[in-house]
Design a binder for this molecule. Structure first.
Ligand SMILES: Cc1cc2nc3c(=O)[nH]c(=O)nc-3n(C[C@H](O)[C@H](O)[C@H](O)COP(=O)(O)OP(=O)(O)OC[C@H]3O[C@@H](n4cnc5c(N)ncnc54)[C@H](O)[C@@H]3O)c2cc1C
Length: 391
């Protein structure tokens, strides 16, 4: 379902094919995987076969070569069926593959991208958050020290909450580390491409999550992990900029998940409201229910335009960062609103664990936290308005 009258024929076709795939492959498995909290290699391979793991990479590296908005439509459609599968795809593309594509050398791109696009090389993760530093990225403690004799970097430290960081398909992680001081207490940050099988790297899956239960989330421990100097992504000292620019784009895919969840919540609630009768008529004919559905529809229509405009600015290399933060903030709130109202329309049935509206209500909570909390989005927006520049 799209409210956009500007959608191209290719985008409509893409939505329909992703929808058909999700209906056939994700829908029948999602609940059981969620209940077991199990990451599915089989389903991830099927998504790889569809090209979803190389969504925005050009055909020269084996990707689908989608424009940004089409990629966002892909994530949006998957999220309407299962947040966990959408998260696996979005984290791999936006946080794993994209920085290699934007900042990698030719050699790094040739080495990593073709296998990551087809899924043969597995999944790539993004390791920024640590036990003592989430929003406050500058507070990370993981360190990289250069060993000039062997021309290798030695990494020590730990990360937590890393999507795709410990799955059987994890091929590597882009890791942010402190690599020096720039004077006046300012730290130098560098990003490293670290293979999952590097000696000294231990990945532990984080179980019993309340959200995204069948996506893989990891704790990572680096004990004198050594990588050659050509595993630096971008240049030494560029790490903070690379991670922040990755998050600017990544925010759009979290926003897409919020939009996808909201549209599906409306579809489910509308269907149920027409079938469920009370006091001699379908509940959709009670004004209180009809108004809930109407408000969901109005909010979705407005928020979709905001997100798609941010994507359009991004893909046309125009300033999009403020709109991306606004989109993430609004789409996360939209998902919370639509799943809450949707759950209300379902009555008691909406509170059962097996109901999709309940899982969506639950999974929507992550959207206000991951890739920058709501508060961090407001900080980005306020800064871009010239209002606030302290934290
Ligand atoms: C399922 C899952 C998957 C994730 N995947 C990844 C991943 O792939 N890679 C990765 O690096 N990270 C990942 N994360 C981590 C996520 O990005 C962080 O949880 C998030 O950035 C918040 O950090 P925190 O949890 O440390 O909260 P904190 O930073 O400790 O914040 C706690 C609260 O304080 C508020 N707060 C903090 N500072 C301020 C301030 N200055 N002003 C106002 N309010 C403030 C926050 O908004 C929040 O409400 C994931 C998390 C989850 C749960």
């Amino acid at each position: 379902m799209s409210y956009s009258s500007q959608e191209t024929a290719e985008q409509t076709l893409l939505r329909e094919s992703v929808h058909a795939f999700a209906r056939a492959e994700i829908e029948p498995r999602a609940l059981a995987l969620d209940e077991k909290g199990e990451f599915s290699v089989e389903l991830t391979r099927k998504m790889a076969q569809q090209g979803y793991l190389g969504a925005m990479v050009g055909a020269d590296y084996g990707g689908l070569g989608l424009d940004y908005l089409s990629y966002i439509m892909l994530v949006e459609t998957l999220a309407g069926f299962d947040s966990s599968q959408a998260a696996t795809v979005a984290a791999h593309n936006s946080l794993g593959v994209a920085p290699i594509g934007y900042f990698g050398t030719q050699a790094q791109k040739k080495r990593f991208l073709p296998a990551l696009c087809t899924g043969q090389g597995g999944l790539w993760a993004f390791g920024q958050t640590e036990p003592d530093a989430g929003s406050d990225v500058q507070g990370i403690k993981t360190k990289g020290v250069f060993d000039g004799r062997k021309r290798e970097w030695v990494i020590n430290g730990s990360k937590q909450f890393i999507t795709n960081g410990s799955s059987p398909m994890t091929h590597g992680i882009t890791v942010l580390a402190v690599t020096g001081e720039k004077g006046e207490g300012r730290k130098e940050f560098t990003t490293f491409l670290i293979p999952a099988d590097a000696k000294g790297l231990e990945a532990r899956a984080m179980h019993r999550k309340g959200v995204w239960r069948s996506s893989d989330t990891a704790e990572l421990f680096f004990d004198n992990v050594r990588v050659p100097e050509d595993h630096v992504l971008g240049e030494r000292g560029q790490g903070f900029k690379i991670m922040m620019s990755t998050l600017d784009r990544g925010r759009l895919s979290i926003a897409a998940m919020g939009l996808g969840i909201s549209k599906r919540a409306l579809e489910l609630a509308l269907g149920y409201a027409k079938l469920r009768w009370t006091f001699g008529r379908p509940i959709s004919e009670h004004q209180a229910t009809a108004f809930k559905l109407a408000e969901m529809s109005a909010r979705i229509a407005a928020t979709e335009l905001l997100l798609y405009e941010a994507c359009w600015l991004c893909q046309n290399n125009m300033p999009f960062e403020k709109k991306a933060a606004e989109s993430k903030f609004m789409c996360s709130r939209l998902a919370e609103f639509c799943t809450r109202e949707g759950t209300q329309i379902f009555g008691g049935s909406g509170l059962m664990e097996e109901s999709l509206i309940w899982r969506m209500f639950r999974d929507a909570q992550l959207l206000r936290i991951g890739e920058g909390t709501d508060e961090m989005q407001l900080l980005v927006i306020a800064r871009r308005m010239g209002l606030y520049d302290r934290d």
